[in-house]
Design a protein around this ligand. Structure first.
Ligand SMILES: *[C@@H]1O[C@H](CO)[C@@H](O)[C@H](O)[C@H]1NC(C)=O
Ligand SMILES: *[C@@H]1O[C@H](CO)[C@@H](O)[C@H](O)[C@H]1NC(C)=O
Length: 224
């Protein structure tokens, strides 16, 4: 009897839960579904589609990554996002892109994309790309300095960063297997959450004095 219960539970899990456990965005059921970003009334997993007649004929193209971002920022980098919010044509297609420009010494701080694996190519300059494995890997840092034309792969959910080790501007273009990969910036998440994580939690977790935690919180209080 117990055996059949286990079998039934296993089958249930396979049949009904498997589709939700599988990675990447769900498959589209039409040629395109240009996001109606103002569609406030209907809530779906993504955005509702504009009527085909209103989609226009430009939704398969974008010029937004053609222009370098301004790298005079606290990170010394500028991210130009091209996910569904900037490119409504990607809605339901399970893909999106970003361009990141870096001043010398600039960084794309350690961060995680909760919903996508990332694949990228260095367009210009010299970038140190680092990816930290989960505890399964022994917390291993995988890193390499990449130059124009060289590519990298960031498995979904792993923390990673880029850093311009060259003397000139650097840039890269990346692609995600989600229309909305999401981003968790580690320093901002830990020290700049809203409301803040209690200092007592962070002093214990980070094994430092409250003064150190307060200092770090002050750096990220404004969102940067
Ligand atoms: C880049 O940003 C800095 C700081 O906000 C600003 O002073 C500068 O004019 C900007 N440069 C360009 C080319 O927009
Ligand atoms: C700089 O990094 C912080 C996270 O540490 C992030 O919130 C912010 O968007 C980044 N800014 C730029 C301009 O890249």
């Amino acid at each position: 009897m117990a055996y059949f219960k286990t079998l039934a539970a296993g089958l249930f899990a396979l049949l009904f839960l498997a589709p939700f456990i599988m990675a990447t965005d769900p498959d589209p059921l039409q040629d395109f579904c240009v996001a109606d970003l103002d569609g406030k009334e209907v809530s779906v997993n993504g955005h509702p589609c504009k009527p085909m007649s209103e989609a226009g004929d430009d939704f398969l193209f974008s010029s937004k990554l053609a222009k370098a971002g301004n790298t005079s920022t606290p990170n010394g980098s500028a991210v130009t996002e091209l996910d569904v919010a900037e490119w409504p044509g990607t809605n339901t297609l399970g893909m999106s892109m970003n361009r990141v420009d870096f001043a010398p010494g600039g960084t794309n701080p350690p961060h995680i994309h909760p919903r996508a694996t990332e694949i990228g190519i260095v367009m210009k300059g010299e970038l140190l790309v680092g990816i930290i494995g989960s505890l399964d890997s022994g917390n291993k840092l995988y890193s390499k300095v990449l130059r124009a034309g060289e590519t990298f792969l960031i498995p979904r959910g792993l923390m990673h960063f880029q850093f311009n080790v060259g003397k000139t501007e650097a840039s890269m273009v990346v692609s995600f297997n989600s229309q909305n990969p999401g981003i968790v910036f580690v320093p901002l998440t830990v020290f700049g959450s809203n409301p803040p994580i209690p200092t007592a939690v962070l002093t214990k977790a980070l094994r430092v004095d409250a003064g150190v935690v307060e200092l770090l919180k002050s750096k990220f209080a404004g969102g940067f």
